[in-house]
Design a protein around this ligand. Sequence first.
Ligand SMILES: N[C@@H](CCC(=O)N[C@@H](CS)C(=O)NCC(=O)O)C(=O)O
Length: 191
Amino acid sequence: MITLYDAARCPYCARVRIVLAEKSVEYETIEIDLDDRPAWIYEKNSTGRVPVVEEDGWLLPESAVIMEYLEERYPDPPLLGADPADKALARLRIFRCDDFTRPYYALRRGDDNGQALFAEQLARLDARLERHAWLSGSEYGLADIAYVPWVLRARDRLGIDLGPYPAVGEWLALLLERPAVAEEEHVVAGL
Ligand SMILES: N[C@@H](CCC(=O)N[C@@H](CS)C(=O)NCC(=O)O)C(=O)O
């Protein structure tokens, strides 16, 4: 049985929750209070961060690595396309996701240019999704899962209007048809 060291409000944990749900993997959750993290969490991950998964004493931190691990460990349904070019592109998007999330955090902190920087990232995402329905290549997959937790939180926690980004709005609507992603909308609503 997999244990997920989790925090409801953490978008990195949300990535892992979505992948586990897509693959119908049973797991137990240990909720970590991010405002008062237990000292033992450093024994699970030297950075003290969540998510971490544990399986029979084996520990794995870092959401992007965990997503790939789960993809290999539970290949069905696949979330990384069969085509090497699609796979590479999805990995590239995940690798560069920080370019999207850094401005999100700048906005959340109330940095002077946070609003403009995040708007620029949303416009880029919109342009990309106008050309291709999915970030992961020809089908929904890990890259879409990697980004959606921040888009949901931007809309529902930071009050960002997605109206000016119609392709992002359509992409999100399609994602929310998936129970694994819809569940995250509920999680965010409860924060
Ligand atoms: N690169 C890590 C980032 C994880 C992360 O920053 N998690 C946050 C919660 S959203 C955390 O544990 N923060 C506690 C801290 O930074 O001390 C990943 O992708 O898993």
